[in-house]
Design a protein around this ligand. Structure first.
Ligand code: TA6
Length: 303
């Protein structure tokens, strides 16, 4: 049952750091004001939409054409792609990137812990999810806002039947100018290039990555990524846990024109750095077992 604004407001009574509002009718969000930053999290998909470090430009990109409509993927922020990444392996009609990002999660609680504001969201299996996944499960998303942003996704299989999961915390990192960034942390890793035929060999990343065209890659990597943003004179680090694959995506010019919910020049303003379990990195959830994946981001001097 989708919580109303009043339900949410009652849950955050006594925590002035958190307030509930609607960005569009029927699209509730929680707004967080922590000591070191502010954030907005949508109930749909427990999706972080904004994270704005104090006295800095926001670190996440949301398309000005993003849909904020129930059941429609919202392009930007940190979509939670689960229980499959990309196209469903067997069912072509199933939604891209799973169902978790377009369903309303339950806001469980918010609390202030020192200088951090922590919000917990939950999505449990129901008749709607069983259209796509027969097993019972419980997803918990914990969003911690401070001078860093932490998004932790815990997934628990509550059924007797195991199932394999692919997923991603699909972060759209805002950039000053896509042609003036460098991504460190993937050098020396191999990647699957999704722009090549499926049977293509993995490719070796010889240098730090610069974006000079469409990029859609699944890196075999457990390393953090550092986005050096020369235009903004800062770096953004993306640390991770529970993930052996990192997805890097930028649609570039032609693909941007094809995406109705992205301006033609939208590609210039973001790069996706996604903490994932994708490609061959797909955990199997056995009965009563839990897998956790987490992304932590923050700012650093350009260096
Ligand atoms: O993360 C990269 C990717 O899988 C790309 O192939 C592209 O499809 C992108 O995700 C966006 O997917 P979406 O379903 O949100 O349009």
């Amino acid at each position: 049952m989708k919580q109303s604004i009043d339900d949410l407001a009652n849950l955050v009574l006594g925590t002035p750091e958190i307030s509930a509002t609607e960005l569009e009718p029927g699209f509730p969000v929680l707004e967080v004001k922590a000591a070191g930053s502010s954030a907005t999290i949508a109930l749909q998909g427990a999706q972080v939409l904004t994270w704005v470090p104090k006295d800095q430009p926001g670190a996440l990109y949301v398309s000005p054409r993003a849909k904020m409509t129930e059941g429609v993927a919202c392009r930007g922020g940190i979509p939670i792609c689960w229980p499959w990444f990309g196209k469903h392996p067997e069912e072509p009609d199933f939604p891209s990137h799973g169902f978790a990002r377009t369903m309303f999660w339950e806001f469980v609680e918010g609390e202030v812990v020192g200088s951090m504001v922590r919000l917990i969201f939950r999505l449990e299996s129901n008749e709607e999810t069983k259209k796509y996944l027969e097993q019972d499960f419980e997803l918990t998303a914990t969003v911690t806002v401070s001078d860093k942003l932490r998004v932790k996704l815990q997934m628990k299989n509550l059924s007797e039947e195991p199932f394999k999961v692919s997923c991603a915390l699909h972060s759209y990192l805002s950039v000053g100018d896509i042609e003036k960034i460098q991504l460190e942390g993937v050098k020396g890793a191999h990647y699957v290039d999704k722009l090549l035929p499926e049977d293509a060999e993995a490719v070796y990343q010889e240098k730090n990555l610069q974006i000079k065209g469409e990029v859609d890659r699944i890196y075999d990597s457990m390393s953090s990524v550092l986005l050096r943003d020369l235009e903004r004179g800062r770096s953004v680090f993306v640390d991770k846990a529970g993930s052996k694959s990192t997805v890097i995506w930028n649609p570039w010019k032609e693909r941007s024109k094809e995406l109705a919910d992205l301006p033609d020049k939208g590609y210039r303003e973001f790069v996706c750095v996604e903490v994932a379990n994708a490609g061959k990195d797909q955990p199997t959830l056995r009965q009563n077992s839990t897998h956790t994946i987490e992304t932590v981001m923050g700012l650093r001097p350009l260096g």
